[in-house]
Design a protein around this ligand. Sequence first.
Ligand code: A3P
Length: 339
Amino acid sequence: MKYEKYPFQVEKLDEKSRKLLESFNQNLDVARIGPKGYLQPNSIHSPLGIDLLNFQARKDDVWLFGFQRSGTTMTQEMLWLIKNDLDFEGAAKEIMDIRFPVFSHNLYMKGQTKNFDNMKMSPELLSIINKYKSLHYKALDKAEGNRFIKSHIPISLSTNSIFDVGCKVVYCARHPKDVVVSLFHHLKMFQPDSFKDISFPDFWKLFKNDCLPGTPWFEQVKEGWARRNDKNFLFLFYEDTKKDTRASLLKIAKFLEKDLSEEDLQRLEEHFKIENFRKNKSVNNDHFKRMGIVEENKEFIRKGQIGGWKQYFTPDLNAEADEWIAENLKNSDLILPTI
Ligand code: A3P
Protein backbone atom coordinates (compact mmCIF):
# COMPACT_ATOMS: atom_id res chain seq x y z
CA MET A 1 0.00 0.00 0.00
CA LYS A 2 1.29 3.45 -0.91
CA TYR A 3 0.47 6.28 1.48
CA GLU A 4 -0.41 9.68 0.09
CA LYS A 5 -1.05 11.13 3.54
CA TYR A 6 0.58 10.40 6.90
CA PRO A 7 -1.68 7.65 8.31
CA PHE A 8 -1.06 7.91 12.07
CA GLN A 9 -2.56 10.31 14.55
CA VAL A 10 -0.41 13.35 15.35
CA GLU A 11 -1.04 15.03 18.71
CA LYS A 12 0.47 18.26 19.89
CA LEU A 13 2.51 17.94 23.07
CA ASP A 14 0.44 17.96 26.23
CA GLU A 15 1.13 20.75 28.69
CA LYS A 16 3.03 18.57 31.18
CA SER A 17 5.44 17.18 28.56
CA ARG A 18 5.96 20.59 27.00
CA LYS A 19 6.81 22.14 30.35
CA LEU A 20 9.19 19.32 31.19
CA LEU A 21 10.95 19.55 27.84
CA GLU A 22 11.09 23.32 28.09
CA SER A 23 12.55 23.24 31.59
CA PHE A 24 15.44 21.12 30.30
CA ASN A 25 15.93 23.18 27.18
CA GLN A 26 14.92 20.36 24.86
CA ASN A 27 13.81 20.40 21.24
CA LEU A 28 10.11 21.28 21.08
CA ASP A 29 9.70 20.48 17.39
CA VAL A 30 8.17 17.14 18.36
CA ALA A 31 4.73 15.56 18.59
CA ARG A 32 3.02 12.48 20.01
CA ILE A 33 2.50 9.98 17.21
CA GLY A 34 0.09 7.07 16.89
CA PRO A 35 -2.13 5.52 19.55
CA LYS A 36 0.86 4.92 21.84
CA GLY A 37 1.89 8.57 21.73
CA TYR A 38 5.50 8.03 20.69
CA LEU A 39 7.58 11.19 20.98
CA GLN A 40 8.91 11.84 17.48
CA PRO A 41 10.24 14.81 15.52
CA ASN A 42 7.56 16.60 13.52
CA SER A 43 9.43 15.58 10.36
CA ILE A 44 7.91 12.09 10.82
CA HIS A 45 4.58 13.33 9.45
CA SER A 46 6.12 15.49 6.71
CA PRO A 47 6.48 14.33 3.07
CA LEU A 48 9.82 12.83 4.13
CA GLY A 49 8.10 10.72 6.80
CA ILE A 50 5.50 9.56 4.28
CA ASP A 51 8.32 8.59 1.90
CA LEU A 52 9.96 6.56 4.68
CA LEU A 53 6.68 4.75 5.29
CA ASN A 54 6.47 3.97 1.58
CA PHE A 55 10.03 2.59 1.55
CA GLN A 56 9.97 -0.95 0.17
CA ALA A 57 11.71 -3.72 2.08
CA ARG A 58 13.01 -6.70 0.11
CA LYS A 59 12.86 -10.37 0.97
CA ASP A 60 16.63 -10.65 1.37
CA ASP A 61 16.92 -7.59 3.66
CA VAL A 62 17.96 -7.88 7.29
CA TRP A 63 16.27 -5.24 9.50
CA LEU A 64 17.22 -4.50 13.08
CA PHE A 65 14.99 -2.56 15.47
CA GLY A 66 15.52 -1.49 19.04
CA PHE A 67 15.59 1.44 21.41
CA GLN A 68 18.93 3.27 21.37
CA ARG A 69 21.61 1.78 23.67
CA SER A 70 20.16 -1.72 23.79
CA GLY A 71 23.20 -3.41 22.26
CA THR A 72 22.11 -2.78 18.69
CA THR A 73 25.65 -2.12 17.36
CA MET A 74 26.94 -5.40 18.75
CA THR A 75 23.95 -7.18 17.20
CA GLN A 76 24.48 -5.41 13.87
CA GLU A 77 28.03 -6.73 13.78
CA MET A 78 26.84 -10.25 14.64
CA LEU A 79 24.24 -10.17 11.88
CA TRP A 80 26.61 -8.68 9.33
CA LEU A 81 29.46 -11.08 10.04
CA ILE A 82 27.34 -14.21 10.14
CA LYS A 83 25.37 -13.30 7.03
CA ASN A 84 28.65 -12.52 5.22
CA ASP A 85 30.29 -15.82 6.16
CA LEU A 86 32.56 -14.23 8.76
CA ASP A 87 34.19 -11.71 6.45
CA PHE A 88 36.21 -10.08 9.28
CA GLU A 89 38.42 -8.32 6.73
CA GLY A 90 35.47 -6.73 4.93
CA ALA A 91 33.97 -5.69 8.27
CA ALA A 92 37.22 -4.03 9.36
CA LYS A 93 37.46 -2.08 6.10
CA GLU A 94 34.15 -0.26 6.34
CA ILE A 95 32.50 1.51 9.28
CA MET A 96 29.27 0.07 10.60
CA ASP A 97 27.11 3.07 9.67
CA ILE A 98 27.97 2.42 6.03
CA ARG A 99 27.73 -1.38 6.06
CA PHE A 100 24.54 -1.35 8.08
CA PRO A 101 22.95 2.11 7.74
CA VAL A 102 20.61 3.57 10.32
CA PHE A 103 17.34 4.21 8.48
CA SER A 104 16.00 6.49 11.23
CA HIS A 105 18.93 8.88 10.67
CA ASN A 106 16.97 10.11 7.63
CA LEU A 107 14.55 11.53 10.16
CA TYR A 108 16.52 12.17 13.32
CA MET A 109 19.73 13.52 11.80
CA LYS A 110 18.02 15.53 9.08
CA GLY A 111 20.22 18.41 7.98
CA GLN A 112 23.11 17.44 10.23
CA THR A 113 25.46 16.48 7.41
CA LYS A 114 25.43 20.15 6.38
CA ASN A 115 27.52 20.87 9.45
CA PHE A 116 30.31 18.87 7.88
CA ASP A 117 30.62 21.18 4.92
CA ASN A 118 32.84 23.80 6.52
CA MET A 119 35.14 21.41 8.31
CA LYS A 120 38.72 20.82 7.28
CA MET A 121 39.17 17.09 6.94
CA SER A 122 41.75 14.56 5.91
CA PRO A 123 40.94 12.72 2.65
CA GLU A 124 40.06 9.62 4.70
CA LEU A 125 37.51 11.53 6.81
CA LEU A 126 36.15 13.33 3.74
CA SER A 127 35.52 10.00 2.12
CA ILE A 128 33.59 8.86 5.22
CA ILE A 129 31.50 12.05 5.12
CA ASN A 130 30.71 11.54 1.46
CA LYS A 131 29.57 8.03 2.24
CA TYR A 132 27.33 9.34 5.03
CA LYS A 133 25.80 11.78 2.55
CA SER A 134 25.05 8.93 0.18
CA LEU A 135 23.11 7.00 2.83
CA HIS A 136 19.86 8.69 1.99
CA TYR A 137 16.91 6.29 1.87
CA LYS A 138 16.58 6.95 -1.86
CA ALA A 139 20.08 5.54 -2.39
CA LEU A 140 19.25 2.61 -0.14
CA ASP A 141 16.21 1.99 -2.30
CA LYS A 142 18.47 1.57 -5.33
CA ALA A 143 21.22 -0.38 -3.54
CA GLU A 144 21.93 -3.80 -4.98
CA GLY A 145 22.60 -7.03 -3.12
CA ASN A 146 21.87 -7.82 0.50
CA ARG A 147 20.79 -4.81 2.52
CA PHE A 148 21.27 -4.48 6.26
CA ILE A 149 19.13 -1.75 7.80
CA LYS A 150 18.82 -0.58 11.43
CA SER A 151 16.05 1.67 12.69
CA HIS A 152 15.17 3.29 16.00
CA ILE A 153 11.70 4.22 14.75
CA PRO A 154 9.10 2.08 16.58
CA ILE A 155 8.01 -0.91 14.49
CA SER A 156 4.37 0.22 14.37
CA LEU A 157 5.41 3.54 12.80
CA SER A 158 7.66 1.86 10.20
CA THR A 159 7.08 0.56 6.71
CA ASN A 160 4.82 -2.45 6.82
CA SER A 161 6.61 -3.87 3.80
CA ILE A 162 9.14 -5.56 6.13
CA PHE A 163 6.37 -7.94 7.20
CA ASP A 164 4.71 -8.16 3.79
CA VAL A 165 7.86 -9.40 2.06
CA GLY A 166 8.92 -11.73 4.87
CA CYS A 167 12.47 -10.48 5.33
CA LYS A 168 14.47 -11.18 8.50
CA VAL A 169 13.69 -8.79 11.35
CA VAL A 170 15.55 -8.63 14.67
CA TYR A 171 14.52 -6.73 17.79
CA CYS A 172 17.06 -5.88 20.52
CA ALA A 173 16.01 -5.01 24.05
CA ARG A 174 17.80 -4.32 27.32
CA HIS A 175 16.67 -3.66 30.87
CA PRO A 176 15.44 -0.05 31.00
CA LYS A 177 17.53 0.87 34.07
CA ASP A 178 20.74 0.14 32.14
CA VAL A 179 19.33 1.64 28.93
CA VAL A 180 18.67 4.96 30.62
CA VAL A 181 22.18 5.12 32.12
CA SER A 182 23.78 4.26 28.80
CA LEU A 183 21.58 6.79 26.95
CA PHE A 184 22.45 9.45 29.53
CA HIS A 185 26.14 9.12 28.61
CA HIS A 186 25.42 8.75 24.91
CA LEU A 187 23.37 11.94 24.59
CA LYS A 188 25.90 13.93 26.60
CA MET A 189 28.47 12.73 24.08
CA PHE A 190 26.53 13.32 20.86
CA GLN A 191 24.16 16.15 21.80
CA PRO A 192 26.09 18.22 24.34
CA ASP A 193 24.08 21.36 23.50
CA SER A 194 20.95 19.73 24.91
CA PHE A 195 22.35 17.36 27.51
CA LYS A 196 25.81 18.45 28.69
CA ASP A 197 24.68 19.83 32.05
CA ILE A 198 21.73 17.58 32.79
CA SER A 199 21.92 15.51 36.00
CA PHE A 200 21.02 11.84 36.04
CA PRO A 201 17.85 12.33 38.15
CA ASP A 202 16.61 14.95 35.67
CA PHE A 203 17.46 12.72 32.72
CA TRP A 204 15.56 9.88 34.38
CA LYS A 205 12.57 12.20 34.77
CA LEU A 206 12.57 12.85 31.00
CA PHE A 207 12.81 9.12 30.26
CA LYS A 208 10.13 8.05 32.72
CA ASN A 209 7.74 10.77 31.54
CA ASP A 210 8.11 9.73 27.88
CA CYS A 211 9.94 12.91 26.97
CA LEU A 212 12.93 11.42 25.16
CA PRO A 213 12.76 10.56 21.44
CA GLY A 214 11.15 7.17 20.87
CA THR A 215 9.56 6.92 24.32
CA PRO A 216 7.37 5.43 25.82
CA TRP A 217 10.13 2.82 26.12
CA PHE A 218 7.81 0.02 27.30
CA GLU A 219 5.53 0.40 24.30
CA GLN A 220 8.42 -0.01 21.84
CA VAL A 221 9.72 -3.11 23.56
CA LYS A 222 6.25 -4.64 23.93
CA GLU A 223 5.82 -4.29 20.15
CA GLY A 224 8.96 -6.35 19.57
CA TRP A 225 8.05 -8.83 22.31
CA ALA A 226 4.59 -9.40 20.80
CA ARG A 227 6.26 -10.64 17.62
CA ARG A 228 8.91 -12.79 19.31
CA ASN A 229 7.46 -16.09 18.10
CA ASP A 230 6.72 -14.91 14.56
CA LYS A 231 8.39 -16.47 11.58
CA ASN A 232 11.34 -14.40 10.37
CA PHE A 233 11.45 -12.48 13.65
CA LEU A 234 14.09 -12.76 16.35
CA PHE A 235 13.86 -11.04 19.74
CA LEU A 236 17.11 -10.72 21.68
CA PHE A 237 17.87 -9.37 25.12
CA TYR A 238 21.23 -7.64 25.54
CA GLU A 239 21.65 -9.36 28.90
CA ASP A 240 21.31 -12.85 27.36
CA THR A 241 23.98 -12.06 24.76
CA LYS A 242 26.26 -10.62 27.40
CA LYS A 243 25.85 -13.62 29.72
CA ASP A 244 26.12 -16.23 26.97
CA THR A 245 27.49 -14.74 23.76
CA ARG A 246 27.83 -18.15 22.15
CA ALA A 247 24.15 -18.95 22.61
CA SER A 248 23.13 -15.68 20.92
CA LEU A 249 25.58 -16.25 18.07
CA LEU A 250 24.08 -19.68 17.49
CA LYS A 251 20.55 -18.27 17.64
CA ILE A 252 21.44 -15.63 15.06
CA ALA A 253 23.16 -18.19 12.83
CA LYS A 254 20.10 -20.44 12.94
CA PHE A 255 17.86 -17.47 12.20
CA LEU A 256 19.99 -16.53 9.17
CA GLU A 257 20.25 -20.17 8.10
CA LYS A 258 24.02 -20.29 8.50
CA ASP A 259 26.33 -22.79 10.15
CA LEU A 260 29.09 -21.91 12.59
CA SER A 261 31.97 -24.25 13.37
CA GLU A 262 33.66 -24.42 16.76
CA GLU A 263 36.52 -22.35 15.31
CA ASP A 264 34.06 -19.73 13.95
CA LEU A 265 32.42 -19.49 17.36
CA GLN A 266 35.73 -18.99 19.13
CA ARG A 267 36.77 -16.25 16.70
CA LEU A 268 33.44 -14.51 17.11
CA GLU A 269 33.51 -14.76 20.91
CA GLU A 270 36.94 -13.13 20.91
CA HIS A 271 35.76 -10.44 18.49
CA PHE A 272 32.82 -9.48 20.73
CA LYS A 273 34.71 -9.31 24.01
CA ILE A 274 34.05 -5.76 25.15
CA GLU A 275 37.76 -4.91 25.47
CA ASN A 276 38.32 -5.93 21.81
CA PHE A 277 35.11 -4.47 20.47
CA ARG A 278 35.82 -1.10 22.08
CA LYS A 279 39.12 -0.92 20.16
CA ASN A 280 37.50 -1.89 16.85
CA LYS A 281 37.49 1.26 14.72
CA SER A 282 34.88 -0.04 12.31
CA VAL A 283 32.26 -0.14 15.09
CA ASN A 284 33.35 2.30 17.82
CA ASN A 285 32.63 5.53 15.91
CA ASP A 286 36.20 6.69 16.44
CA HIS A 287 35.87 8.80 13.25
CA PHE A 288 33.58 11.23 15.11
CA LYS A 289 36.46 12.01 17.47
CA ARG A 290 38.82 12.57 14.55
CA MET A 291 36.22 14.89 13.02
CA GLY A 292 36.08 16.83 16.28
CA ILE A 293 32.37 16.02 16.72
CA VAL A 294 32.77 14.18 20.02
CA GLU A 295 35.28 14.58 22.81
CA GLU A 296 38.39 12.44 22.84
CA ASN A 297 37.71 10.97 26.29
CA LYS A 298 34.17 9.73 25.49
CA GLU A 299 33.43 6.20 24.26
CA PHE A 300 30.56 5.03 22.03
CA ILE A 301 31.30 1.42 22.99
CA ARG A 302 31.35 2.22 26.69
CA LYS A 303 31.41 -0.17 29.65
CA GLY A 304 29.36 -2.99 28.17
CA GLN A 305 28.19 -4.23 31.55
CA ILE A 306 25.00 -5.43 33.12
CA GLY A 307 23.93 -3.50 36.23
CA GLY A 308 25.67 -0.17 35.65
CA TRP A 309 22.44 1.45 36.91
CA LYS A 310 23.44 0.68 40.50
CA GLN A 311 25.90 3.56 40.46
CA TYR A 312 23.27 6.06 39.27
CA PHE A 313 19.97 5.32 40.97
CA THR A 314 19.62 6.54 44.54
CA PRO A 315 17.38 4.33 46.75
CA ASP A 316 14.51 6.77 46.12
CA LEU A 317 14.97 6.80 42.35
CA ASN A 318 15.27 3.06 42.35
CA ALA A 319 12.00 2.66 44.26
CA GLU A 320 10.38 5.01 41.75
CA ALA A 321 11.81 3.00 38.84
CA ASP A 322 10.60 -0.28 40.33
CA GLU A 323 7.14 1.15 40.74
CA TRP A 324 7.15 2.42 37.14
CA ILE A 325 8.29 -0.99 35.89
CA ALA A 326 5.67 -2.86 37.93
CA GLU A 327 2.97 -0.54 36.64
CA ASN A 328 4.01 -1.11 33.03
CA LEU A 329 4.25 -4.87 33.41
CA LYS A 330 0.82 -5.16 35.07
CA ASN A 331 -1.17 -6.30 32.07
CA SER A 332 1.70 -7.64 30.02
CA ASP A 333 3.47 -10.97 29.55
CA LEU A 334 6.81 -9.21 28.97
CA ILE A 335 9.51 -10.59 31.24
CA LEU A 336 12.49 -8.30 31.79
CA PRO A 337 15.93 -9.84 32.30
CA THR A 338 17.38 -9.86 35.79
CA ILE A 339 20.18 -7.36 36.23
P1 A3P B 1 26.95 0.88 27.88
O1 A3P B 1 26.80 2.34 27.58
O2 A3P B 1 26.15 0.44 29.07
O3 A3P B 1 28.36 0.45 27.99
P2 A3P B 1 23.75 0.49 21.09
O4 A3P B 1 24.76 -0.13 20.21
O5 A3P B 1 22.37 -0.01 20.86
O6 A3P B 1 23.85 1.98 21.07
O7 A3P B 1 24.07 0.01 22.57
C1 A3P B 1 25.24 0.48 23.20
C2 A3P B 1 25.50 -0.31 24.47
O8 A3P B 1 25.95 -1.64 24.11
C3 A3P B 1 26.63 0.34 25.27
O9 A3P B 1 26.33 0.06 26.65
C4 A3P B 1 27.83 -0.45 24.78
O10 A3P B 1 28.96 -0.39 25.59
C5 A3P B 1 27.23 -1.86 24.71
N1 A3P B 1 28.04 -2.76 23.88
C6 A3P B 1 28.47 -2.55 22.62
N2 A3P B 1 29.22 -3.58 22.21
C7 A3P B 1 29.27 -4.48 23.21
C8 A3P B 1 29.90 -5.75 23.39
N3 A3P B 1 30.64 -6.29 22.43
N4 A3P B 1 29.73 -6.39 24.57
C9 A3P B 1 28.96 -5.83 25.54
N5 A3P B 1 28.36 -4.63 25.43
C10 A3P B 1 28.50 -3.95 24.29
